[in-house]
Write a protein that binds this ligand. Structure first.
Ligand SMILES: NC(=O)c1ccc[n+]([C@@H]2O[C@H](COP(=O)([O-])OP(=O)(O)OC[C@H]3O[C@@H](n4cnc5c(N)ncnc54)[C@H](OP(=O)(O)O)[C@@H]3O)[C@@H](O)[C@H]2O)c1
Length: 311
C-alpha cells in the first residue's frame, strides 16, 4: 500500500504488544511472509525483536531492506530534544540504523521516568505540546533515522493542528479500528489530507484482560464472535479473523494483528486470495458501534485527550 510520499507499507503487519515469546513469534511471522513489524519503545520487546531479525538476516532469509519496521516514541520523551534519545534507544535495541516509520505514540506527554501507562492513581502527565514533539520527529526524519514519520491515537482536530504547524507532514495515524469501531469518518478525513490509517486491535484485542484498566474497557462486543462475521466466514470459506482483516484491507487501512500462536500467525496473513463483495462490505460497515476498547480513561482530563471528540 502506498503512503502519500510513495513509500510502500505492507498492508498486513505483525503486532507485538504483550506478545509471549516474541523471538519465536517474530521468526514464525517472518517465515510466514510478514515483512511489516509493529513495536514500540514502551513494549519493552525491541531487543528480542532485534535478535530475531538479526538471526533471520544472518541466515539469509531476509535483508533489512525487505522489512518495514514501525516503532513509537513514548510519552515521557515528548520534549523535542528528547525524541532522538528515545529513537536511538529503539534503534540500538532493534539492531538497525533506521526505522521505516516512527510514530508519536500518544498526543499526551508524561513526566520523565514514566515508562508505561499508569495502572492506578492519576497519570503523571505534563503539558508538553505535541507540536513541540513534532519538531524532534522532523529532526530524526531529516537525519534519516526515521524514513517516514507519523502519529498514533490522534483525533481529527489534532491532525489538522499538526498539519498547519509542521514542515514535514505526518504520513500515518495508527488508531484502534475494527468492525465495531470502523473509523470511517477518521479514515475519510485523514485520507483527504494524505494521512493513511493503520488499524491496531483489528481483531478487537480479545486478549484485552491482559491490558490494565483503566487503559482499556474490560467488557464489550467481540468482533471475532459477531454472527455476521461468522456467516461471512462460512460464505467465503475463511475464518472470522480473516474476514475482519480483509474488511480493513479493502478500505485501504493497513492492520497489525498480534498473535503468539504459530497457526494464528499464519492464518492472519492468509488474506490475499479472496475479495469481500460490496454488499457484504456494507453489512460489515453496518456493524459499527463506535465502541472503543482503548479509552485511556485516566488521561481524560488532559487537554490533549484524543477521544472526547466525535472522531
Ligand atoms: N498505537 C497504539 O496505541 C496501540 C495500542 C494497542 C495495540 N497496538 C498494536 O496493535 C497490535 C494489535 O493489537 P492488539 O494486540 O490489541 O489486538 P488484536 O491484534 O486485535 O488481537 C490480538 C489478540 O487476538 C488473538 N488472535 C490473534 N489472531 C487470532 C485469530 N486468527 N483467531 C482468534 N484469535 C486471534 C491473540 O491471541 P493469541 O496471541 O493467543 O493468538 C491476541 O489475544 C499490538 O500488538 C500492537 O503492536 C498499538
Amino acid at each position: 500500500m502506498s503512503l502519500c510520499n510513495g513509500a510502500e507499507i505492507p498492508v498486513l503487519g505483525f503486532g507485538t504488544a504483550k506478545c509471549d515469546d516474541v523471538y519465536t513469534a517474530i521468526c514464525t511471522a517472518i517465515d510466514a511472509g510478514y515483512r511489516h513489524l509493529d513495536t514500540a519503545y514502551v513494549y519493552h520487546n525491541e531487543a528480542e525483536i532485534g535478535r530475531a531479525l538479526g538471526d533471520k538476516i544472518r541466515a539469509g532469509v531476509i535483508t533489512r531492506e525487505d522489512l518495514w519496521i514501525t516503532t513509537k516514541l513514548w510519552n515521557s520523551y515528548h520534549r523535542s530534544e528528547q525524541v532522538e534519545e528515545c529513537l536511538q534507544r529503539s534503534l540500538i535495541a532493534l539492531g538497525v540504523d533506521y526505522v521505516d516509520l516512527y510514530l508519536v505514540h500518544w498526543p499526551i506527554a508524561f513526566r520523565e521516568g514514566h515508562e508505561g501507562l499508569p495502572q492506578d492513581g492519576p497519570p503523571i502527565t505534563t503539558d508538553v505540546d505535541y507540536i513541540d514533539t513534532w519538531r524532534g520527529m522532523e529532526e530524526v526524519y531529516m537525519e534519516g533515522k526515521a524514513r517516514n514519520i507519523g502519529v498514533s491515537n490522534f483525533n481529527s482536530e489534532q491532525i489538522d493542528r499538526l498539519l498547519v504547524n509542521c514542515d514535514i507532514r505526518p504520513l500515518v495515524n495508527q488508531v484502534e479500528a475494527n468492525v465495531h469501531l470502523n473509523q470511517e469518518k477518521l479514515r475519510s478525513f485523514c485520507g483527504q489530507r494524505g494521512v493513511s490509517l493503520t488499524a491496531y486491535s483489528p481483531l478487537g484485542s480479545p486478549g484485552y484482560k491482559r491490558w490494565p484498566t483503566p487503559c482499556s474497557n474490560q467488557n464489550g462486543p467481540k468482533p471475532l464472535e459477531n454472527p455476521v462475521v461468522a456467516s461471512l466466514a462460512l460464505k467465503y470459506s475463511k475464518t472470522p479473523a480473516q474476514i475482519l482483516l480483509r474488511f480493513l484491507i479493502q478500505r485501504g487501512i493497513s492492520s497489525i494483528p498480534k498473535s503468539s500462536a504459530a497457526e494464528r500467525i499464519k492464518e492472519n496473513i492468509d488474506v490475499f486470495d479472496f475479495n469481500i463483495d460490496p454488499e457484504d462490505m456494507r453489512q460489515l460497515m453496518a456493524l459499527d458501534l463506535g465502541y472503543r476498547r482503548f479509552c485511556a480513561d485516566n488521561l481524560r482530563e488532559h487537554k490533549f485527550y484524543p477521544f472526547a471528540t466525535e472522531f
